[in-house]
Design a binder for this molecule. Structure first.
Ligand SMILES: Cc1ncc(C[n+]2csc(CCOP(=O)(O)OP(=O)(O)O)c2C)c(N)n1
Length: 345
């Protein structure tokens, strides 16, 4: 079968765009961003590999290809800031400082999962790191995040709320209502849209009229911008500006970042062969992998060498092996756990 035509091309220039943002940043900070993206990639690859063994009793939605947005976004946040995501939780959870052991326990339905085995992959929540809420209902976390921003404002807390959403989330009525309310009240919230062009297998152009998501958001009366989602430094910069605006009481910002998921909407492996997107399209985006091009920049700037990368890879591999072993050795919940966290008045 002939491959279908490419619909969505990378429009950025990340490989040339790093210098401008990197100039004022210490090398450790830049290397830390690279390590963070690499760690998420390797964790996702391990999850994907082991998913086929059927030990994880949860649907999964991998972020492979989208590491630049989660890492760049969370690098602009403080510990006390809150993050809410949709069903595609892994990148945000890990970038916000989440505990890999607790995440893998959760995905294996073990009692010491971050939500006590009640949630699985789509409901990673961890108050210890400000991973405040996630929802498998598209748009479900958006009004909750907006409410958290209202609470922070009413209590006078120095706290910003960020919600990572997909392009399809902007089609939910509740997202419009939340943007409207956030703009009306000048809430300290950042709506960060990872536009990966597809809702499961439906492309953006059969779901939305030909106008930008940024323009749609702006029409709600809030600041809005687009950023290259492949460029982790540009994402960090755009999020920092939005967070600073929110902290200064200047209200919400909507950020649209174009990214691409390299794998299927859900589960392990790719699904391009089913015909909803061109294999050539995926391959073109893989050629601008956010990790590889940032690594290339760091190498050319003399900040990263083969030995350092090998050491990083070794440490990450050890961490992953240890965390999987921990999860698989952890107990399942018992009947006695059933009513923990259940409240009734
Ligand atoms: C209200 C609702 N409608 C439909 C679905 C089925 N569904 C699950 S994920 C998804 C696509 C979401 O796309 P997007 O928000 O762009 O995020 P992405 O999966 O691309 O990260 C859909 C339609 C759902 N979970 N909730």
């Amino acid at each position: 079968m002939a491959d279908r035509p490419i619909r969505y091309r990378y429009a950025g220039k990340a490989a040339q765009g790093f210098q401008r943002f990197a100039a004022s940043k210490p090398p450790e900070f830049l290397i830390g961003l690279y390590r963070s993206m690499l760690r998420i990639r390797r964790i996702e690859e391990a999850i994907e590999r082991r998913y086929r063994e059927d030990q994880m009793k949860t649907p999964i939605h991998l972020v492979i290809g989208q590491e630049g947005t989660a890492v760049g976004c969370c690098a602009a946040l403080r510990h006390a800031d809150l993050l809410y995501t949709s069903h595609r939780t892994h990148g945000g959870y890990l970038a916000k400082g989440g505990d890999l052991r607790a995440m893998l326990c959760e995905m294996h339905c073990r009692v010491n999962g971050c939500v006590g085995s009640r949630g699985g992959s789509m409901h990673l929540v961890d108050k210890r790191v400000g991973m405040a809420g996630t929802s498998a209902i598209v748009g479900g976390a958006v009004p909750i995040a907006t409410g958290a921003a209202l609470a922070a404002q009413m209590k006078g807390e120095d706290r910003v709320v960020v919600t990572l959403i997909g392009d399809a989330t902007t089609e939910e009525g509740v997202t419009s209502e939340s943007l409207n309310f956030a703009a009306l009240r000048g809430l300290p919230i950042v709506f960060f849209c990872e536009n990966n062009f597809y809702s499961v297998q439906s492309p953006l152009d059969v779901r939305q009229p030909p106008r930008s998501i940024r323009a749609w958001a702006e029409s709600h009366g809030m600041a809005a911008c687009t950023v290259d989602g492949v460029n982790v430094l540009a994402v960090r910069e755009a999020t920092s500006a939005a967070v600073a605006r929110a902290r200064a009481g200047e209200g919400p910002t909507f950020i649209e970042a174009e990214v691409y998921r390299f794998r299927a909407h859900g589960g392990a492996g790719d699904d391009s062969h089913t015909g909803y997107r061109a294999v050539a399209e995926r391959e073109a985006w893989e050629a601008v992998c956010p990790i590889a091009i940032f690594g290339g920049y760091l190498t050319s700037a003399g900040l990263l060498g083969d030995a350092a990368v090998a050491e990083m890879e070794g440490r990450i591999a050890d961490e992953i092996d240890e965390a999987f072993a921990f999860a698989l050795a952890s107990p399942y919940p018992t009947e006695a756990d059933l009513l923990r966290h259940v409240y009734a008045e």
